[in-house]
Design a protein around this ligand. Structure first.
Ligand code: 3PG
Length: 305
């Protein structure tokens, strides 16, 4: 059995070593493809792989067709919008994610971005504090929960909206659930975006929602660029010069955003939320264990297709 780690953005070495241990202890072989620049490198590497561990790497129908022995793909992380689930299903390939394993890392980055925003990008002028501000968590999954925990330590008032999460779960964390996404946007000084990118959510953060935000709001997006309606965001920022957009996912209109809003827009150059040794170890080793358990015992927990 051959397990391939295919990561354009490599895991920390300690995580690769941990994955290797899991894989070799099971009697499997590990192959590594990191920092590839051409899709062909991926297509060549998957040819004899029985299992693949990926991050945001694109696994489309062509990659699946090239991987003749493939049985399972595990996305070491939360979002699996980078995998063609239908093509995988049609080819009898199981797709899994490793929910929660990198959530704390992403949540910590939210606050890195927020401090940078409220301190005016460290430009020397007086900023503001997070204490006492209202933080609206848009989707209360694993990352949202960690964001709430940290926000409370900052003395923030925390609100959340999630149609898929029971109100009791949100309330139990000392967080105020809102009845609609509109209410969340109306009542929050800061919005932290944690919705996945899917048919329903793509471009859903649009003019209508943005218009509900109070003056001087901040939006931090550590989720996916696709959930933002880029043109609407530009228009909103032109009309609301005190709004700040902080993101961990380089938008398609990055050049325009940077040119128009140099003091109100910040993006990391490459998605860094989950890029900590701890998150790499947690997600990478979970992925390896899930592969071994699937191949040896047929365990399909965490299957998403
Ligand atoms: C996720 O969905 O788990 C995060 O977006 C992290 O993605 P990454 O593994 O590519 O950093």
């Amino acid at each position: 059995m051959k397990v391939l780690i295919a990561t354009d953005k490599p895991f920390a070495k300690i995580a690769v070593d941990g994955i290797r241990n899991e894989v070799e202890e099971a009697g499997f072989e590990l192959a590594l493809l990191e920092k590839y620049t051409q899709k062909q490198e991926l297509l060549d590497a998957v040819v004899d792989a029985d299992a693949i561990i990926i991050r945001s790497d694109i696994i489309d129908a062509e990659v699946i067709a090239a991987a003749k022995n493939l049985k399972i793909v595990v996305r070491a992380g939360a979002g699996y919008d980078n995998v063609d689930l239908e093509a995988a299903k049609a080819a009898g390939v199981c797709v899994m994610n490793t929910p929660g394993q990198n959530a704390n890392a992403v949540a910590e980055l939210v606050f890195g971005l927020l401090i940078y925003a409220v301190r005016n990008f460290f430009n020397g002028t007086s900023g503001t504090e997070l204490t006492g501000k209202k933080l609206g968590i848009h989707a209360y999954g694993n990352v949202g929960k960690n964001v709430a925990r940290i926000a409370k330590a900052f003395g923030m008032e925390v609100l959340a909206y999630d149609p898929f999460c029971r109100e009791e779960v949100i309330l139990a964390d000392g967080v105020k659930p809102t009845c609609s996404v509109k209410t969340l946007y109306q009542q929050s000084d800061i919005i932290s975006v944690h919705i996945p990118a899917n048919k329903e959510t793509k471009q859903s953060i649009n003019a209508e929602l943005l218009a509900l935000l109070p003056k001087g709001a901040i939006m931090v997006n550590t989720a996916r660029k696709e959930v933002i309606h880029d043109a609407d965001l530009v228009k909103y920022m032109e009309a609301n010069p005190t709004f700040k957009y902080m993101t961990d996912i380089l938008p398609d209109n990055h050049a325009e955003m940077l040119e128009k809003f140099p003091n109100n827009y910040f993006t990391t150059p490459k998605k860094m939320g989950a890029q900590t040794s701890e998150a790499n170890v947690n997600a990478g080793i979970a992925a390896a264990k899930q592969i071994v358990d699937f191949i040896v015992n047929g365990n399909e927990q965490f299957k998403v297709n």
